[in-house]
Ligand binder design. Structure first.
Ligand SMILES: [Zn+2]
Ligand SMILES: [Zn+2]
Length: 98
């Protein structure tokens, strides 16, 4: 694979709370910038936490590939890790810049 279009997910940290995040543009035509907690959640958490404004994504990983976020599989047989959009618990991001 060549070219500048990196398809994989990028790991970063939330500037406000320091949580590890996974970010990636998901989709080819109308891409959405997903910004998720890096820690996968279980199905029961997904049911509790997911809202129309807070999407969950499949995290496709493998030994020989870069992690990649995908639209949630419609199938309940999906065996991917599931991550959810990061909603920051910090009320206001600190403006301190180092
Ligand atoms: Zn899946
Ligand atoms: Zn945060």
């Amino acid at each position: 694979m060549r070219g500048s279009r990196a398809a994989g997910a990028t790991t970063t940290r939330c500037p406000s709370c320091g949580t590890h995040l996974i970010t990636q543009w998901v989709g080819r035509v109308a891409a959405l910038h997903a910004r998720c907690d890096a820690a996968p959640i279980g199905p029961e958490h997904e049911q509790l936490l997911r809202t129309p404004d807070r999407l969950t994504w499949c995290l496709v990983t493998g030994r020989w590939r870069e992690p990649e976020l995908r639209w949630r599989c419609p199938s309940r047989q999906c065996t991917h890790d599931v991550v959810i959009e990061h909603h920051c618990r910090q009320p206001a991001p600190p403006s301190t810049l180092f």
